[in-house]
Each structure stands twice: as C-alpha cells, then as structure tokens.
Design a binder for this molecule. Structure first.
Ligand code: ADP
Ligand code: MG
Length: 269
C-alpha cells in the first residue's frame, strides 16, 4: 500500500522542497522504500534542478495536459528515488486531475511525496486533495506561524490527517519559536527539528540531497528519524546503525557516481 504525502506551507523559502527531497531520500536510503517525488510547484519548480534533471523531455504539466502518459514523466535518480519534474515555462494546466494521475502510478511506489508551491491556490489544493496526509513545514519565526496555521487549516478543511510538522532552519536562539511552543500553538507534533546548516548549500552544489551527500551527518540522522516515523517503523537505532555502518564502511561519502552504480534494470520508465 502506497502513501501519498504533500509537503505544504504557503511561505516561500521555508524548506518545502528541501524537506520533500531529504525525507524522500531518507525513506529510500534507510527504510528501503521506493519513493516518487512529484514537483507540483508549477510556478517555480526546482526538484529536477536539485537532482541534476535539467530540461526533462516530459514533465508534470505534460501529464496534466494529457500530452504524455504519467509513466513517461517519471525519472529515476537511483534504485529508491524517482522524480516527476515540472517545467519552468509552460501553458497553464488544470491541476485538478493530479489525484487521478497519481492513482494510476502509485502502486509502483511505497511513498509519493508532493512538493507544493508557496501559495494555497489551485495547485496546492489539488496536491492536498491527491494526498493521504499532509506534512507541514514551518520556520521558527513568530510571523511564520500564521503560514503554518494556514497550512494546517487547509489540511483540516480537506479532511486530511497531518503527518506532523517539520521545524526547519532552527537556530536555537532565544527569540525563536521553540519546538514546544510550536506544538502548543498548533496542537500538532513536531516530528523533526532541522537546524540552519551550510550542508544544504554543499548538497545543492553536488546536485543531490543532504541525505545522499552526507549520510552520516547530524542533519541526515534527523531526516532518518522523520522517515522512520512516516513509514511507521520504530526507529531501531542499533539495527539501523549497524546496517548503515556496513553500507558505508568502504564509502565514507556517497557521491552521485556511487549512487549511479546502484542502478538496477527494473526502471518503470
Ligand atoms: N535547514 C536549512 N539550513 C540552511 N539552508 C536551508 C535549510 N532549509 C532550506 N534551506 C535553503 O533555503 C532555500 C529555500 O529552501 P526551499 O526548500 O527551496 O524552500 P521552499 O521550497 O519552501 O520555497 C534553499 O536554498 C535551501 O537550500
Ligand atoms: Mg520549493
């Protein structure tokens, strides 16, 4: 059974794309899940760019416009992670068939994550409607709280359970909203607190996620915990650590070419 989760906040720069990318990477790397990451930020897509898929032949807009079959817009990043990129420049498309398109393909995946745009307009509403759950991303500034509450309200209006909140770009400063305060204000669990960290820039310059770029980093371990929680597995620290250590003993860093070597033949494309 696959689970579809949209990653939502009406605030730009809060870390939706970063969260979708790294949670997706962690689900595939640590939980052996097959993940499809769909870029439904139709105004300013970036999932493809993050992973080195530049100028793809077929995009989500082509799927929504019935120009290509949904399978044709899926690109394989590695054995566990697949993406459906969006086009930068495209004619306006009606996003409300997104759910129907995802239903056609979701059986091939354990998780479908939908990255959304920084608005609560049609493309985000259709992403939420296409989802089983909504993952909300928040920052720690007090003004940003209103965006978080709006995202939660959208989930509730559409009757979608909330997987939790990811508190991103946390600096542990006294003027910031703390995890406890955010939980109190929203009455929702904060399932991960990601610090502000330069490793995100490094990963971007290597066209990969932090989880693939620095699997042993503190930041990656937080995404690992989020992924464990989303996949319903109890994070068995010892077991996960053993497997992790064995996997990377010979490879202290996972580069893009390391990941490419893991490619298998059963592509769905
Ligand atoms: N925890 C973090 N620490 C440092 N930089 C971050 C962090 N999270 C996101 N960023 C950076 O902030 C920018 C905006 O993040 P992004 O995920 O694109 O936000 P959104 O999708 O919500 O607009 C990107 O350059 C990203 O690399
Ligand atoms: Mg984004």
């Amino acid at each position: 059974m696959s689970k579809v989760i949209s990653v939502v906040s009406p605030k730009g720069g809060v870390g939706k794309t970063t969260t979708a990318l790294n949670v997706g990477s962690a689900l595939s790397l640590h939980n052996n899940k097959k993940v499809l990451l769909i870029d439904a930020n139709l105004s300013s897509p970036s999932v493809g760019l993050h992973l080195g898929v530049i100028n793809p032949d077929a995009t989500l807009q082509d799927v929504l416009a019935n120009k290509v079959d949904v399978n044709d817009a899926v690109y394989k990043i590695n054995t566990g992670l697949y993406i459906m990129p969006a086009a930068f420049l495209s004619k306006k498309v009606n996003p409300f068939t997104l759910r129907q398109r995802i239903n056609k393909i979701k059986e091939f995946f354990d998780f479908v994550l939908i990255d959304t745009s920084p608005t609560l307009t049609n493309s985000t509403i259709s992403s939420v409607l296409a989802s089983d759950e909504v993952l909300v991303v928040s920052n720690s500034d007090y003004l940003g709280l209103s965006s978080t509450l709006r995202a939660l309200r959208l989930a509730s209006q559409k009757n979608k359970p909330v997987s939790g909140i990811v508190l991103n770009r946390f600096n542990n400063h006294k003027d910031e909203l703390s995890k406890a305060e955010l939980e109190e204000a929203t009455d929702m669990p904060v399932i991960g607190v990601i610090p502000e960290n330069k490793v995100f820039k490094e990963a971007i310059s290597s066209t990969t996620s932090v989880v693939f770029h620095k699997p042993n980093s503190k930041v990656s371990s937080i995404y690992k915990d989020i992924a464990a929680r989303l996949s319903g597995t109890v994070a068995d620290k010892v077991k996960v650590k053993d497997r992790f250590t064995a996997l990377f003993k010979r490879k202290p860093k996972v580069s893009k070419s390391d990941v490419d070597k893991l490619l298998i033949e059963n592509e769905i494309k």
